[in-house]
Design a protein around this ligand. Structure first.
Ligand SMILES: Cc1cc2nc3c(=O)[nH]c(=O)nc-3n(C[C@H](O)[C@H](O)[C@H](O)COP(=O)(O)O)c2cc1C
Length: 357
């Protein structure tokens, strides 16, 4: 009964129990070291999120390969450098009853230029380097290795980042994927790399470990037909074993209004699948959140409200709305002397440490 969903009720994704329907969407905290290590400040952010009562926390994008990061502060998880801290991270979050899912990705076109290496992408557009067939197979193996590793580190699941112009979203987007082999040419072939990853990942799942996907419903060229492809992609993801899909779009930064701007697209997808839909983008008050739940959305995901206020959930419970005005200055952290949010006075200490020379 869709209209009975409430924001604060206990619920589940597959068998993973959640204290409410609030999700903290993946957010780069800029709290990794330049070598990709997790810092104590990073753990503190997650401890605060869990303490504040977030049902499901999705981590910052974690790099599958420490030599391919979208931002120099990204955490990397492809070897054992972070094992102790990853375990501390998951234990800390679990202590407060929240669940934690690691978002993983290659950066694709988004690769940090500071690394000085060419970005690897499906077809080499925008001055990048096209992946060979053999490299694609290697990348698929690396996804699977990483998922197994994160399961051992105590995560409740992994989210495959296939949105916002990152690696897997580039395979789905015809602008980036111009391949003519088995990984491009039709929507189904553009999906093929994801099919291989998700079907292998499905074998790693168990009662306590889920696999999620974050997808775009708007493409680089804002082509009107893209949503129809993504409806098909969502059906394929469900068939292949994905447990819930988070709906986003590559152009989320352009929306200045505080409103869930991908709701219509999310509902089109919801009509076609039976797994839970997590909607992200623009939620700032309870009224919008309950409205989306009553229309059929299963989880409300947010990023910038948690950046603006660490005690955002308490404010929400008190009937207040987020102060966030979607100014996107939290993306321009290198230009604002590492200020986390223009509405806050504090700066990110780790960035000062990373770049003090
Ligand atoms: C500073 C910042 C860092 C972000 N980092 C990630 C990320 O690592 N992975 C991701 O999928 N999305 C990332 N996002 C996008 C958010 O998860 C979310 O999709 C977007 O901000 C829209 O939601 P909001 O209106 O609640 O902020 C980031 C957004 C911001 C503002």
């Amino acid at each position: 009964m869709e209209n009975k969903k409430s924001l604060w009720q206990k619920t589940k994704i597959k068998n993973v129990e959640l204290n409410n329907r609030i999700v903290r969407s993946a957010t780069n905290e800029h709290l990794g070291t330049l070598e990709g290590y997790i810092t104590d400040d990073y753990i503190k952010v997650y401890e605060n999120l869990a303490k504040s009562g977030v049902g499901l926390i999705i981590t910052s994008h974690m790099a599958i390969d420490k030599n391919q990061k979208a931002d120099s502060t990204h955490i990397s998880v492809n070897d054992s450098i972070n094992d102790e801290k990853l375990k501390l991270l998951t234990d800390t979050v679990h202590k407060y009853g929240s669940k934690i899912v690691a978002q993983i990705s290659y950066p694709g076109c988004r690769q940090n230029k500071i690394e000085g290496k060419p970005a690897k992408t499906p077809s080499g557009v925008d001055n990048t380097e096209a992946l060979s067939y053999e490299e694609i197979k290697q990348y698929i193996n690396n996804y699977i290795k990483t998922i197994k590793h994160l399961k051992e580190m105590g995560f409740d699941g992994v989210q495959l980042h296939m949105a916002h112009g990152y690696f897997l979203s580039e395979f789905l987007d015809p602008y980036y994927n111009r391949r003519t082999d088995s990984y491009g040419g039709t929507a189904k072939k553009r999906y093929q790399i994801i099919h291989e990853i998700v079907t292998e990942a499905d074998k790693i799942k168990n009662r306590n470990f889920i696999i999620l996907a974050k997808i775009d419903t708007v493409s680089k060229t804002e082509d009107n037909d893209f949503i129809n492809q993504q409806i098909e992609v969502s059906k394929w993801l469900e068939e292949d074993g994905i447990d819930a899909i988070e709906i986003s779009g590559i152009n989320f930064k352009k929306y200045k209004q505080s409103t869930p701007y991908y709701l219509e697209n999310a509902l089109k997808i919801k009509e076609n699948i039976n797994i839970p839909i997590i909607l992200v983008g623009g939620f700032r008050n309870t009224h919008q959140m309950e409205g989306a739940l009553s229309k059929g959305i299963d989880f409300i995901s947010m990023c910038r409200p948690f950046i603006a206020d660490e005690d955002f959930l308490q404010k929400l419970k008190n009937g207040e709305q987020s102060r966030c005005i979607s100014c996107n200055k939290c993306f321009e952290i290198y230009k604002t002397q590492y200020k986390r949010c223009v509405l806050r006075n504090d700066t990110i200490r780790q960035l000062e440490i990373n770049f003090k020379n």
